[in-house]
Ligand binder design. Structure first.
Ligand SMILES: Nc1ncnc2c1ncn2[C@@H]1O[C@H](COP(=O)(O)OP(=O)(O)O)[C@@H](O)[C@H]1O
Ligand SMILES: [Mg+2]
Length: 255
């Protein structure tokens, strides 16, 4: 059984068809890439999947369960985390606090008396802090846990955002153009980080416009065009595909 199956997903915004009949699967442990020209429906696909809004047609099966149209926090609870196309770190709090915010939804506050609450809260806070530090360690950021997020270099802020997404121990991590605004060195760091996450057992679904990056990190690539699945294959197959090359003509992200 695949970790995720999307079955004929369609999405309309009024008269605009953003997605039509998109079917795909993601196996546990894979790094799957999604590419496609601007406006081809990539962000809409993960917005549907992560519960920002429901698809108009089709369904998402995750771990054998139909999760179509569930609220975003419920989907997060089932083990799907995401980042957004635009950077969403909180600039004026520390790196560590940015991660602790990601753990908030996991902290159980339903305790049976005040005394137990105090004791347990302390324990939970300590565990949360340890967990957050362990995640920062993966991104080589633990030494900067006290730094205000805005004082990190841009590429590190994007890694911080991913750290926040993984602190809840997701099965599946969705990344929407994580390279945007990065320089080549930062992109290499990010690729290395994604491979570390894979080794930790997290399955990664990454939308990206930067071809060099996606070709280096993804094991399988799905191409969207005009809201529909256009092609699917290994990075080498996709790079050689003349039809895929044609839909990128005139775009800045040449294959
Ligand atoms: N909330 C929305 N309301 C109306 N149209 C939308 C909305 N979100 C996306 N679209 C349209 O859906 C299409 C796909 O957009 P998007 O998923 O953002 O593409 P991509 O991420 O591949 O660049 C575009 O035509 C876009 O204008
Ligand atoms: Mg997008």
């Amino acid at each position: 059984m695949s970790l995720l199956t999307a079955e004929t997903i369609g999405k309309k915004f009024g008269g605009v068809t953003a997605l039509k009949d998109v079917s795909l699967f993601v196996e546990t442990g894979e790094i799957v890439g999604m590419i496609g020209p601007n406006g081809s429906g990539k962000t809409t696909f993960i917005n549907n999947l992560s519960g920002l809004y429901a698809p108009t047609t089709g369904r998402f099966m995750f771990n054998g369960e139909d999760i179509t149209g569930l609220p975003a926090h419920v989907i997060t609870g089932k083990g799907i985390s995401r980042t957004f196309q635009n950077l969403r770190v909180f600039p004026n709090i520390s790196v560590l606090e940015n991660i602790l915010i990601g753990l908030h939804c996991k902290i159980d506050t339903s305790l049976w008396d005040v005394y137990a609450r105090v004791l347990k809260t302390r324990k939970v806070e300590k565990q949360a802090r340890e967990k957050a530090m362990a995640v920062l360690e993966l991104a080589d950021l633990s030494g900067r846990h006290d730094t205000l997020a805005k004082n990190l270099p841009y590429g590190k802020q994007r890694l911080l955002e991913i750290c926040r997404a993984i602190v809840s121990d997701p099965y599946l991590l969705l990344l929407d153009e994580p390279c945007a605004g990065m320089n080549p060195v930062e992109m290499d760091d990010l690729a290395g980080f994604i491979r570390i996450l894979q080794k930790k057992g997290i399955t990664v679904f990454v939308i990206e416009h930067n071809m060099r990056f996606i070709m280096s990190v993804a094991e399988r690539i799905i191409v969207l065009a005009n809201g529909a699945k256009f092609q699917e294959g290994t990075p080498v197959e996709i790079q050689k595909d003349k039809k895929v090359q044609a839909i990128y003509l005139g775009e800045e992200g040449d294959l």
